[in-house]
Design a protein around this ligand. Structure first.
Ligand code: A3P
Ligand code: MG
Length: 423
């Protein structure tokens, strides 16, 4: 990870392959309302040699083809934790770390029964309730004095993008994703681009039609967390307690991807309890479960698909390690393994036609550039909806005062009154 991060966006960075599809700008407009742009015959593929942004051409779609993103790793600054927040058992917000848990290392062969308590000690979060960016916005309001821009006065925050880590993870994995598309709503408000996911019809249908087995298997990951986490630095895990998935501890980090200043938040499973461990996010630990690996084919699939998701999720906030519990078909954890995020790219090197971190990061970077160029109107109630389906380009459409608007009035009011509150 450190090796990747030390690279800066050098001169060849913008001059190599680019995925922008460009066409002539119609009088400076690069969007229209409530219409989706589709690739059309006037579009042509941008070729290396003419740097993006140099002409009057504007792009209306973005390709996700892997080969277009195989260039030097972009600058990704070491993420810095600028705060954190907690959500309690009833999903109430607290501007503190009360839900942070401590990792307690289990035996190598722990025999944890992940099915235990599913029927009688499980309180599941209602995933039909869409919280959008609300918790992050609450954190921003509670900490706004820390966050004022030192440069532009029209820009309320010192960030180009505010979003969830999970949304960025989806962007990182897009060039390799073959099954699930996504929708991302973006609003420019006081210069900052707020990016919030919208559930696709397909994913809503899947959520509403999960099998009992699938529902139970979703519990297993949380149960594993309960077996391996303690509530305080000196206590031990309590596998007899209730698993309540409303509870969460979230880190808020700031970083930069090439010229994009990012502020995002992500849930953190637990931390190293050693008081001499590195400062957050260096002390954080991501917990995962996965089916045990018994054949070379299973190992290959694990490298190609699972490690991509694990790497993307933890690399973004600078979480250095994933502790995995491998379970059998009955949901019993039979072995444990720790993966250092910085070593995952070496681990997959021998895998034929495998994913590449540089493709993930360059695609994300180009997508953010695309968003910056498209989302020009600064208005709390205008949403640019970016849409992607596997084997297609990214397209967008624009909505005004629609069902997609997601910045709450309380946030807009707080951020607009900020000038008068400043000392
Ligand atoms: P696993 O990670 O062991 O799969 P996270 O790992 O991101 O902290 O998420 C914790 C657990 O939430 C997961 O454990 C899994 O049980 C459940 N989960 C998260 N995202 C999921 C998804 N998209 N589909 C099914 N389960 C999910
Ligand atoms: Mg986890």
């Amino acid at each position: 990870m450190e090796g990747h991060r030390s690279r800066s966006p050098n001169s060849s960075y913008h001059n190599r392959h680019s995925a922008y599809k460009r066409e002539r700008d119609d009088n400076g407009k690069n969007h229209c309302e409530n219409k989706r742009f589709r690739p059309n015959s006037r579009q042509h593929q941008y070729r290396p040699g003419s740097p993006p942004g140099q002409t009057q051409l504007s792009s209306r779609t973005l390709s996700t083809r892997r080969e277009l993103y195989e260039r030097d790793f972009p600058l990704y600054k070491q993420p810095v934790e600028i705060g954190c927040f907690s959500l309690d058992s009833e999903r109430r917000f607290f501007n503190d770390s009360r839900q942070l848990r401590y990792y307690v290392e289990p035996d190598r062969n722990p025999n944890f029964d992940l099915r235990d308590g599913y029927k009688e000690r499980f309180k599941k979060r209602d995933d039909g309730v869409k919280e959008k960016l609300d918790h992050i916005l609450r954190w921003i309001v509670a900490n706004k004095s820390k966050l004022n821009s030192r440069t532009a006065s029209a820009c309320a925050l010192d960030a180009d993008f505010v979003t969830w880590r999970g949304h960025l993870t989806k962007l990182l994995t897009t060039p390799y994703e073959t099954k699930e598309g996504w929708l991302l709503a973006v609003t420019r408000f006081r210069g900052t681009l707020y990016m919030s996911e919208v559930e696709t019809e397909t994913s809503r249908r899947e959520r509403e039609n999960r099998t009992d087995r699938h529902e139970e298997m979703m519990y297993w990951g949380y149960k594993f967390e309960q077996y391996t986490c303690a509530d305080t630095v000196h206590s031990v895990p309590d596998p007899g307690g209730v698993v309540n998935t409303n509870e969460a501890f979230c880190t808020v980090v700031q970083t930069r991807l090439a010229d994009h200043k990012l502020l995002f938040s992500g849930e953190v499973d637990c931390r190293d309890k050693d008081p001499n461990a590195p400062a957050p996010p260096g002390c954080y630990v991501e917990l995962k479960t996965s089916a045990e690996i018994c054949t070379p084919k299973q190992r290959s699939n694990f490298h190609r698909f699972k490690l991509l998701k694990w790497w993307a999720q933890s690399f973004l906030p600078g979480v250095p390690r994933v502790v995995a519990g491998f379970r059998d078909h009955e949901g019993v954890v039979v072995s444990m393994e720790t993966f250092q995020i910085s070593k995952i790219s070496h681990l997959i090197k021998n895998e034929y036609n495998c994913w590449k971190p540089t493709v993930c990061m360059n695609f994300c970077c180009d997508f953010l550039s695309f968003v910056k160029r498209v989302v020009t109107e600064d208005s709390k109630s205008v949403v640019y909806l970016f849409s992607w389906e596997p084997r297609r380009d990214v397209t967008y459409s624009v909505y005004r005062d629609s069902q997609y608007s997601f910045l709450p009035d309380w946030f807009v009011e707080e951020m607009s009154s900020q000038d008068s509150h400043q000392s």
